[in-house]
Design a binder for this molecule. Structure first.
Ligand SMILES: *[C@@H]1O[C@H](CO)[C@@H](O)[C@H](O)[C@H]1NC(C)=O
Ligand SMILES: *[C@@H]1O[C@H](CO)[C@@H](O)[C@H](O)[C@H]1NC(C)=O
Ligand SMILES: *[C@@H]1O[C@H](CO)[C@@H](O)[C@H](O)[C@H]1NC(C)=O
Length: 310
């Protein structure tokens, strides 16, 4: 009986913690890292909006696949060209226009010609999201503000992973539509990958360790980035996902329950869902996390103010 009470109490605490984290993510838009998951930082600092182009000549959107139809078979050989499948998650209707224009300009500026947009989940209308949120139980999603952009954002990312699995792409480069890209991004990534990519689950290109670092371009905009193994911090607005990582991340967040970057966090969240792949216990990283040094992306504070956040 005591054990049962104990378990119940622990679960209650867990739920409360989760709810507090959910509440702290309520912001205007964009895939947000809950404030409480950062070590320090000032989230109220925002630059005024600048005049950004609002172009409509977007490349075509890719079609998502139904979760149930996704194959879980992995290819035997792994060869990843990070620039082969470049994807920007963006609301497909007019609400996404501002940030779509932002990404078109960014891609053009840094020499990425071959890319597609991918429809962001509209948390208000997405039936699958609602069904999965209902499975969370408790009151967690009764107030949609607690769930909305956090889990909607997670579902957007998961659908890209499902697309990778369905298409059997070895890897894809994924951006949220408020990403800022470092100078000469395309050539530097090509140079970085020219010797072949290591077997990785995920390579973070825009990691952050504070609110400021999240929106600050790197000092070094010239070097060929090095691939380093480990977990540099939160943020998942710019990364390369392998098909292996896509399988792991999709499974770890089906049904949906945590933000896309929390899936990587093997020391706080939902250990029983991610630990078989990922552990950061004792400073050891057993998941195949990698990151680029220097960073190649940041979250553009001006793009954040263009609306259409997902
Ligand atoms: C955060 O930034 C705002 C605006 O720059 C400032 O008014 C506020 O004092 C800062 N808060 C902290 C805790 O630094
Ligand atoms: C862009 O990056 C490539 C590969 O690192 C390098 O050869 C080239 O000089 C860079 N161009 C500029 C303008 O920095
Ligand atoms: C994983 O942990 C959650 C609580 O964090 C619990 O509700 C769930 O039943 C656990 N799942 C398994 C397979 O142990």
């Amino acid at each position: 009986m005591r054990a049962v009470t104990h378990v119940a109490l622990c679960m209650l605490c867990g739920l409360l913690g989760y709810q507090i984290r959910q509440v702290s993510t309520m912001r205007k838009g964009g895939c947000r890292i809950p404030r409480s998951w950062l070590w320090f930082g000032n989230w109220s600092t925002q630059e005024p909006p600048s005049k950004l182009p609002r172009r409509t000549d977007a490349k075509s959107f890719l079609r998502p696949v139904a979760s149930a139809e996704v194959s879980h078979q992995l290819p035997k050989l792994f060869h990843c060209d990070p620039l082969e499948h470049v994807i920007a998650i963006n609301l497909e209707d007019d609400r996404g226009l501002g940030r779509r224009g932002h990404m078109i300009e960014e891609f053009k500026r840094v020499g990425i010609k071959n890319y597609n947009f991918f429809p962001a989940v509209d948390f208000k209308n997405d039936a699958q999201l609602k069904r999965e949120e209902a499975l969370l139980g408790g009151d967690m999603c009764k107030n949609p503000a607690r769930c909305h952009n956090t889990l909607g954002c997670a579902m957007s990312h998961r659908r890209v992973y499902e697309k990778i699995l369905a298409e059997r792409w070895p890897c894809a480069m994924i951006f949220e539509d408020d990403a800022g890209l470092a100078d000469n991004f395309s050539a530097r990534v090509a140079e970085m990958a020219s010797g072949g990519m290591p077997p990785f689950d995920i390579v973070l290109m825009g990691w952050c360790w504070s609110a400021k670092s999240k929106i600050t371009p790197p000092d070094d905009m010239k070097s060929t980035p090095e691939l380093r193994i480990g977990w540099p911090g939160m943020c998942i607005h710019a990364y390369i996902m392998s098909i292996h990582g896509a399988l792991m991340f999709a499974q770890a967040n089906t049904p949906i329950r945590i933000t896309p970057d929390a899936v990587m966090d093997g020391s706080h969240h939902h250990l029983n869902r991610t630990r078989t792949h990922i552990s950061r216990a004792g400073g050891q990283y057993t998941g195949s996390y990698w990151y680029t040094e220097p960073r190649l992306s940041w979250q553009d504070a001006n793009a954040d103010l263009l609306g259409g956040g997902v």
